[in-house]
Design a protein around this ligand. Sequence first.
Ligand code: PT1
Length: 278
Amino acid sequence: MNFSGIELDLNQPQVMGVVNVTPDSFSDGGTLFTNNNVSVSAAVDRAATMVAEGASIIDVGGESTRPGADAVSVEEELSRVIPVIEAIRERFPVAVSIDTSTPQVITAAARAGVGLINDVRALQREGAIEAAAETSLPICLMHIQGEPKTMQEAPYYKDLLGDIAAYFTTRIKACERVGIARDKLILDPGFGFGKTLAHNLQLLKHMEQLKAFDLPLLVGMSRKSMIGNTLNRPVDERLYGGLALAVMALERGTNIVRTHDVLATVDALKMAQAVLDS
Ligand code: PT1
C-alpha cells in the first residue's frame, strides 16, 4: 500500500509508533508539551527514536480519544499537529498518519504530507468523509461504539463480531459512495472504544473473522486498560501484556500494530512472523 510516496509491504507486520501531541493522553500525556505549547523538537526526537527502532508509520494525534477525554477546538488541534507532521516528513523517509476526526485537520494534514488518515470515528463527523475523499489518501476506519467521553458507560453488543462487521459494512459503503476506493481502506476493531474487558478479550480471540472483508487490519492495544484490568498493572507496566496481545493479533491476520513501545513490538512481531513463515 502506498502512503504518500512511502510504499509498505502489508504482507510483513508493520509497526505504527504513537506520537501524542496532547497534554492529556492516557499513557504519555503532556510529555511533548512545555508551558502548554507543543514542543516540535521533542516530538521529532520521539519520532526519530521510533524510526530507528523499526516503526514504519508514525501516528500523530492532537486530540486524546481515551475514555472520558475532552474535545479540543479545531484551531488548537491544527496548531498541535501540523508543525509536527511537517517536521517529521522533512527529516525521515517514514509514513506519517494523522489521528483525527476533524475535516479541517484531515485537509491540512494531507497538505503537510501525511500518508494515512486514522480516524477513530471512521469519518462519521460532519464533513470528514468528503475531506478524506478529496485527499485520495489511504484511510483507517476504526470501530467505536458511542463517543470517547461516554463510550465506557454501558457498552452493549447483541453479537460482538457481527455488530462490528455490520458497522464496517456501513462505513465501507459510505466511503464508496463518495468515491473512496475500497482498496484504500484499512479496518481497526477499536480495542477499548465502547467495549468492556470481556468484549475486548473476545474481540481479539475471534478477530480473524474480520479477514472476511479482505482488507488490511490494524490494531491498537498498547498500554490499554484491557491489559491493566487483566494483570492489575499501572500504565507503565503493561509492556509484556501488550506484546502477548500483539503476537495474538498477528496470528489472527493483523497487518499493522499501533504501539507506544516500538522496539519491543518490532522484535516480538519479527519473531512470531518467522514462525508463521516457517
Ligand atoms: C486505536 C487507537 C487509535 N487507540 C487506532 N487509533 C487510541 N486506529 C487512539 C484504554 O482502555 O486502537 N486504533 N487512536 C487510544 N485510545 C484509547 C482507548 C486509549 C482505550 C486507552 C484505552 O485504556
